[in-house]
Design a protein around this ligand. Structure first.
Ligand SMILES: [Zn+2]
Length: 337
């Protein structure tokens, strides 16, 4: 386990609480309808001390600065653990088996070597992504030429996850403009972490993290400079719904994903947030994602949140689970129906 991997683990909301039952509807031929997960991490699952996880925590606890190591966003309430980590070394295999069972194709992010391992293991199910930001808040960025090579000769398709918020800087900061200019030039979509910090993100492990740098309106200057940029606002800028809707109104080619937030916040809040995006008229720009990183059954669980959403029509569920991402990624649309 490299420290880079450990950082990637903590790049995503990881919270714990009450559990729900997972069920996935199937076609009569036994095959689940296709799903696109636009937000998966190329992890190997070899994390010491990773606990079983109960998604959709019901609350966050306060911490005391005199405690040396405050638990990160951790709620110690009674709960029957539902999602388990894989046995050491089995994680990728387990997730790929789940993807096969659930008929999922995923955009997988990480350093090029880790992503290629996933791609080699399941070429038809993996859309490779990589980024210029490394560990959270380190400020170390991949050389521009290296990134250009990833996209022009090595087959990478999406630039992400871009974690500038962990460095406390805005996506419109001139210091990173060359990377976005490259994405625009190569017509590669960018996927930027925006929002979701869980509870105490800046207190524990990520002192440079700034909630204010998750404001979706921070994209405005960047998009003005690069009008052809194809932007995926990861985590849908949660919880800044007003700012997110404002950006969606101003820029009609901006999409959001609901990864991370879909399983790491109270379920009522999650549904309210997604419903708000849809009811404001932006249903066709909401993409399904998990932030899949440690527990193989998380993907099925997250799909069930959309499938169980009583405020979505059957068509809206299909759009969120597949069609919107297929349009955003410009995939062959033959399997949309
Ligand atoms: Zn993220």
């Amino acid at each position: 386990m490299s420290s880079g991997h450990l950082w990637r683990f903590f790049s995503c909301a990881v919270l714990f609480s009450s559990c729900s039952v997972v069920s996935v509807a199937q076609n009569t031929d036994g095959k689940a309808p296709p799903v696109l997960d636009v937000h998966v991490h190329a992890m190997d699952g070899n994390f010491p001390g990773v606990a079983p996880m109960c998604p959709n925590t019901s609350k966050f606890t306060a911490s005391d600065p005199k405690e040396k190591e405050a638990p990160f966003g951790w709620v110690k309430e009674a709960c029957t653990p539902e999602l388990y980590p894989s046995a050491p070394g089995e994680y990728m295999k387990d997730v790929l088996a789940e993807m096969e069972r659930l008929n999922v194709t995923a955009v997988v992010f990480g350093d090029p070597k880790s992503v290629e391992k996933w791609k080699d293991a399941a070429p038809a199910r993996i859309i490779p992504g990589t980024s210029f930001t490394g560990g959270m808040g380190t400020g170390q960025h991949v050389a521009l030429d290296e990134l250009r090579k990833d996209f022009t000769t090595d087959g990478f398709k999406v630039m992400g996850e871009i974690g500038l918020q962990y460095e406390g800087i805005s996506p419109s900061d001139p210091s990173v403009d060359a990377y976005f200019a490259l994405a625009e030039e190569l017509d590669v979509p960018v996927a930027v972490h925006m929002g979701t910090g869980g509870s105490g993100r800046a207190n524990v492990m990520m002192p440079k993290f700034r909630g204010s740098m998750g404001n979706p309106l921070l994209f405005e200057e960047l998009l003005a400079r690069h009008p052809k940029l194809r932007l995926q606002v990861m985590h849908a800028g949660y919880p800044m719904i007003e700012e997110m809707l404002t950006l969606l109104q101003a820029n009609s080619h901006v999409y959001v994903d609901v990864a991370g937030l879909i399983w790491s916040y109270p379920i009522k809040e999650v549904n309210r947030y997604i419903e708000r995006l849809v009811e404001a008229g932006f249903e066709d720009r909401v993409m399904f994602g998990t932030d899949q990183l440690l527990w193989p059954k998380l993907m099925a669980y997250s799909i069930s949140v959309i499938q169980n959403a009583d405020y979505l029509t059957a068509q809206e569920k299909r759009d969120i689970l597949y069609n919107n991402a297929a349009r955003f990624l410009r995939l062959d649309t033959a399997q949309r129906k």
